[in-house]
Design a binder for this molecule. Sequence first.
Ligand code: FES
Ligand code: FES
Length: 155
Amino acid sequence: MKIEFTLNHQKMSIEAPPELRLLDLLRDYCGLTGTKEGCGKGECGACSVIMNSKLVNSCLVPVCQIDDSEIVTIEGLEKNGELDVLQQAFINAGAVQCGFCIPGMIMAAKALLMQNPHPSEEEIKKGLSGNLCRCTGYAKIIEAVAGLAGNNNRL
Ligand code: FES
Ligand code: FES
């Protein structure tokens, strides 16, 4: 089927099987490999992207559901060659180890801060609870998001 949608602020029109996963469309058809596949069944959050301002697991979304939607991936956060403040906050806080979970974690944090610019620590933990990290112990990740949450004019 022909799928028309907006990807990282650009209009796209792609022919793909309707049952194809959004995750595969992004990685294999669009070359956006920042979005990762972990579990492939909605449990790890590595494949998180923002669809119509809401966080989704792209491994669970068939592309027949994305027609006319607006998708933002980790690649869409950078502007004019500059990292998004969240990406920079993760680096500054030393919140990245192997990095596999980080694109999904940042998209989850972005979705949270879009809805709630001043989340409490508990709200940050809840907002990121669908994203698993096997390396960091989460403390630095929460610190990175909390640093921005207290200063939302940087968002
Ligand atoms: S790969 Fe989609 S939630 Fe794990
Ligand atoms: S930094 Fe390695 S899985 Fe999170």
